[in-house]
Design a protein around this ligand. Structure first.
Ligand code: UGA
Length: 470
C-alpha cells in the first residue's frame, strides 16, 4: 500500500518505519526544514532506541512537499497536539495538516488519525473538510524510549470510522495481526487483537488508557506515601499488587509525579472533555491534583533541610529514563520550584544536553561535576545508571551529605555506607535485607486547596546503619 505520513515526530517516524518494514511504500512529510535535514541525513533527532538502525534497513522517503499526499492510499496524521488553553489540546498543527489533506489527497483515501485528538474530531473532519476521504481514528500507544517495541508488538490495535475504510486498515496492519509478530507471549503466541469501533470510541479509548495509567500512578504514589506514614514497606505492598493480573506489574513505581508530553496533556484534555458535557470526573480530577501534590511534597522535604542560597545537584532532567525529552518533566518543575525558593541548582542528565535558557541551571557533563561543592544531591529521573554511580566519589565531591532520591533508584544501604543521609520518596527499600525504619509518623496531611498542609509527613532519613548493605 502507498502510505504518506504527515509529521516526523516520534509517533510519525516510528509508524512510518514500521509500516515500511511491513512492506508498504512509505513517505514522510515534514515541514520543519532542520528536522527534515536530520532525518534525511540518517540521524534520529529524537534518539528513539533502534530507530536510526531500522531507518537504515527500510526504504523510507522524507519530503517537504505536501503534494506527495496525492499518491497515498493511506494518509497517517501524526502531528503534535500539545496542551493549549484550559487543558484543551492546541489543534493548530492538525488544522494545517487537514487543510493539506483536503487540497492534495485523493478521493476515498483513508486518513488515519494517529494524533491524540478530542472526541468528535474525526467525525467533524469527516463531515466537513475531509468529506471526500474516509477519516479513521487509530490512536497510538507508543511509549517514548520503547516506541519500536510497542509498534511491532502492540497489545492491541484500535481503529474506528466509516465501515468502508475497515478493510484497508485491516490490510495495512495484517502483517502484525496475522503473523503473530504482534503479542509477545510466554510460549503461546496470540494474534494481536484488532478492535474496530466508532471513531468517537477510538478517540476516547486513547484518553481512557492514558488517564487510567496516570490515575494508577497517582494511586501508587499515595500508597507509597501512606505506607511510609504507617511504617509499612511500600515496595512490598506495591510488589504484591503487581502479581494481581487485574492490576498488572507495570506502572507501579512511585516517584515524584508523572510527566512527559502525554499524561499531563491527556489527563487535562480528558477532564476538559468531561467538563464540556457537564460531567464531573472526580477520580481523574483527584489524580491530577495528587500529581501536583506529589512534587510539592518532595520539594518541601528538600527545602526543609537545605537552607536558602545553598546549591543542589540535580541528577536527571528528562521526564523519564530512556529519553532526552524534558517536556512536562517533573525534574524541571522541581528546578523551578527550588530556584524560586532561593536555591542554586547544578544539573546532570545522561541524555539532556540543552535546557531552556530561563531555567537558570548550570548543566554539567558528569554527575560528579554536578555534585562538586553541592550541599545536597537530588535524583529526579529514574536513569538505571544512577543506581551504578560511584557514591563514594559523589560524597567526596559534594559539600553536604544529603541525598534525596525522588525515583528510588539508589540503594539506601549503599548511600548510607558512602556517608550520605538518604531520603527516599516513600518507605520503599530496594535492598532485600533492608528493613523499614522503625519510627512512628502520624499522618498529618490534609486537603487544603491544592497543597498538602504544613510540615511534611514521611520523607525521612534512612536509618539503616552504615555498611549494612552491599
Ligand atoms: C505514555 C503511555 O505509556 C503510552 O502508552 C502512550 O502511547 C503515550 O503516553 C502517548 O500518549 O503517546 P510515555 O509518555 O512515553 O507513554 O511515558 P510512560 O512510560 O507511560 O511514563 C509517563 C510518566 O510516568 C513518566 O514521567 C514516568 O517517569 C512516570 N512513571 C511511569 C512512573 O512514575 N512510574 C512508573 O511505574 C511508570
Amino acid at each position: 500500500m502507498r502510505v504518506t505520513v504527515l509529521g516526523a515526530g516520534y509517533v510519525g517516524v516510528t509508524s512510518a518505519a514500521v509500516l515500511a518494514h511491513l512492506g508498504h511504500q512509505v513517505t514522510c512529510i515534514e515541514s520543519d526544514p532542520t528536522r527534515l535535514e536530520r532525518w534525511r541525513g540518517g540521524e534520529d533527532p529524537l534518539e528513539e532506541p533502534g530507530l536510526a538502525e531500522l531507518l537504515r534497513d527500510v526504504h523510507l522517503r522524507f519530503v517537504e512537499n505536501p503534494r506527495e499526499l496525492s499518491l497515498a492510499d493511506v494518509v497517517v496524521v501524526a502531528v503534535g497536539t500539545p496542551m493549549g488553553h484550559n487543558g484543551t489540546p492546541d489543534l493548530s498543527q492538525l488544522e494545517a495538516a487537514t487543510d493539506e489533506i483536503r487540497r492534495f489527497a485523493r478521493e476515498r483515501a483513508v486518513v488515519l488519525m494517529r494524533s491524540t485528538v478530542p472526541v468528535g474530531t474525526c467525525d467533524r473532519l469527516q463531515n466537513a473538510s475531509l468529506a471526500d476521504q474516509y477519516v479513521v481514528s487509530n490512536p497510538e500507544f507508543l511509549r517514548e524510549g520503547h516506541a519500536l517495541e510497542d509498534a511491532f508488538h502492540p497489545s492491541r490495535i484500535i481503529a474506528g470510522g466509516p465501515e468502508e475504510a475497515r478493510g484497508v486498515v485491516e490490510e495495512l496492519y495484517r502483517p502484525i495481526t496475522r503473523s503473530r509478530m504482534g503479542q509477545k507471549g510466554n510460549g503461546h503466541p496470540a494474534a494481536t487483537p484488532f478492535l474496530w469501533m466508532s471513531a468517537r470510541s477510538a478517540e476516547l479509548a486513547k484518553y481512557a488508557a492514558n488517564g487510567f495509567l496516570a490515575t494508577k500512578l497517582s494511586f501508587v504514589n499515595e500508597i507509597a506515601n501512606l505506607a511510609q506514614s504507617v511504617d509499612a514497606d511500600a515496595s512490598a505492598v506495591l510488589e504484591s499488587m503487581g502479581f494481581d493480573p487485574r492490576i498488572g506489574a507495570q506502572h507501579l513505581r512511585p516517584g515524584l509525579g508523572w510527566g512527559g508530553s502525554c499524561f499531563p496533556k491527556d489527563t487535562r484534555a480528558l477532564q476538559a472533555i468531561a467538563d464540556g458535557v457537564g460531567y464531573d470526573f472526580v477520580v481523574l480530577r483527584a489524580a491530577i491534583e495528587q500529581n501536583t501534590r506529589q512534587l510539592c511534597r518532595f520539594a518541601e522535604a528538600i527545602e526543609k533541610d537545605v537552607p536558602r542560597a545553598s546549591t543542589v545537584a540535580l541528577l536527571g532532567l528528562a521526564f523519564k529514563a530512556g529519553t532526552p525529552d524534558t517536556r512536562e518533566s517533573p525534574a524541571l518543575a522541581l528546578v523551578r520550584r527550588l530556584t524560586h525558593g532561593g536555591l542554586h541548582v547544578s544539573a546532570y542528565d545522561p541524555a539532556v544536553d540543552a535546557l531552556p535558557a530561563d531555567l537558570g541551571v548550570r548543566l554539567r557533563a558528569t554527575a560528579v561535576e554536578a555534585c562538586a561543592g553541592a550541599d545536597a544531591i537530588v535524583v529526579a529521573t529514574e536513569w538505571p545508571e544512577f543506581a551504578e554511580m560511584d557514591l563514594v566519589a559523589l560524597r567526596r565531591a559534594a559539600r553536604g551529605d544529603l541525598l534525596f532520591d525522588g525515583r528510588e533508584v539508589i540503594s539506601p544501604a549503599k548511600a548510607t555506607a558512602a556517608g550520605f543521609r538518604y531520603y527516599g520518596i516513600s518507605g520503599l527499600r530496594r535492598d532485600p535485607e533492608a528493613r523499614p525504619a522503625q519510627a512512628s509518623y502520624p499522618l498529618r496531611s490534609r486537603v487544603d486547596g491544592a497543597l498538602v498542609d504544613g510540615t511534611l509527613v514521611g520523607l525521612r532519613p534512612n536509618r539503616e546503619p552504615a555498611g549494612s548493605g552491599p
